[in-house]
Design a protein around this ligand. Sequence first.
Ligand SMILES: Cc1cc2nc3c(=O)[nH]c(=O)nc-3n(C[C@H](O)[C@H](O)[C@H](O)COP(=O)(O)OP(=O)(O)OC[C@H]3O[C@@H](n4cnc5c(N)ncnc54)[C@H](O)[C@@H]3O)c2cc1C
Length: 376
Amino acid sequence: MAVRPLKIAVIGVGGTGSSACRYLAKSGHKVTGFEKFQIGHEFGSSHGESRIIRYTYPDLLYTQMMKEAYALWAELEEESSQELVVRCGGLYLGPTEDQHLKLTESALHETRIPYVRMNIQQLESRFPAFRLLPGEHAIYQKESGFLRSSQCVAANVRVARNYGFQLLENTDVTHLLSHDCDILVKTEAGGEYLFDRVIVTAGAWMGRLLSELNLPLAVTRQKVIYLRAAQNSQIFEPDRFPVWIDTTHNFYGFPNDGVVHGIKIASHDHGAVVNPDDVDKTVDSKYIAEVLRIKAMRLPGLSDEVTYATTCLYTSTPDEHFIIDQVPNMPGVCLVSGCSGHGFKFTTLLGKIASEMATGTGHIRELSRFSLQRFQ
Ligand SMILES: Cc1cc2nc3c(=O)[nH]c(=O)nc-3n(C[C@H](O)[C@H](O)[C@H](O)COP(=O)(O)OP(=O)(O)OC[C@H]3O[C@@H](n4cnc5c(N)ncnc54)[C@H](O)[C@@H]3O)c2cc1C
């Protein structure tokens, strides 16, 4: 059955927004994306060469959602004729008694996703760059890897454009107003546009655009550094070095991504709360010293030389679950937000869910975990 084309605005064309634009444009809707900066900018949350993709979650719901997300990433790779997922495998490292590891194993078990448990000897013989501490073990899952995040956003936009998607870059949306049966979108430059539906995927700026909702979102500045390999750099290539998450110290990292010189490593601990319009992009020596302390224990084959350092924003909810919901008192407007530092791997699915929510299509999904009501 042919769909009635709707005029739909997507506010914020980052990871989630670009995905929503692609699904909507492919379904035949007239889609306009409003983006405050330019695609590929470094002020939000989706820029850079890598984001971990994995089934390994200490939470069955996310592991199940990743089954759908993996298939959608493969679809994007096919439609864009681009390799976006580097399937280098992944390690979840931590104390054997750690609840995170136990829950992760049980979620994998329940969803019948194969994984391998490794002790110190098994880990070091297969992946020689890593060290385990006494009393720890690792879970290895071969479908883990990383997404080339900036390229994923660009691929969504490119495919969407093939279906008539209109992108307005450097266009900051300041107001959304219900206007009879339509929604009026107002921009900083004085533009006014009417739409049948609006999806808000504004990342770190969500709280500002929908200030009347008083969303409990914390925007934090996260730091990332790359370190040069000390000698044997081959042991950090994707075929011998998986992505990894260290639950003991709350650190994670990647193999050589082939673009930025060095090996990426970062802390998942939330940084300072910031105003997204005024973010200091420098990485301080105290943070670097802490990373070097962890790498000395985990990855002694990395040198102390920082080859690149950058920052990025987390937008987190108190429970670290996403927000996917309709905006109360604004018929036709929905939002996806609060990706809480682990959302990129889901953005393809989140964009699809937002597009279904806006158009009233798709199968019925159980989304109560992600509702706004949970904050009341
Ligand atoms: C250091 C770091 C490491 C991470 N690692 C991982 C990982 O390994 N795996 C993983 O799955 N996730 C990871 N994440 C999280 C993931 O990157 C984010 O959850 C995801 O990118 C969020 O996407 P988004 O679409 O919500 O936000 P964004 O991609 O930031 O998109 C929001 C967009 O909205 C635009 N915008 C905002 N307000 C307006 C407005 N008023 N008008 C017009 N445009 C507007 C912004 O300019 C921006 O482009 C990491 C995040 C960081 C910072």
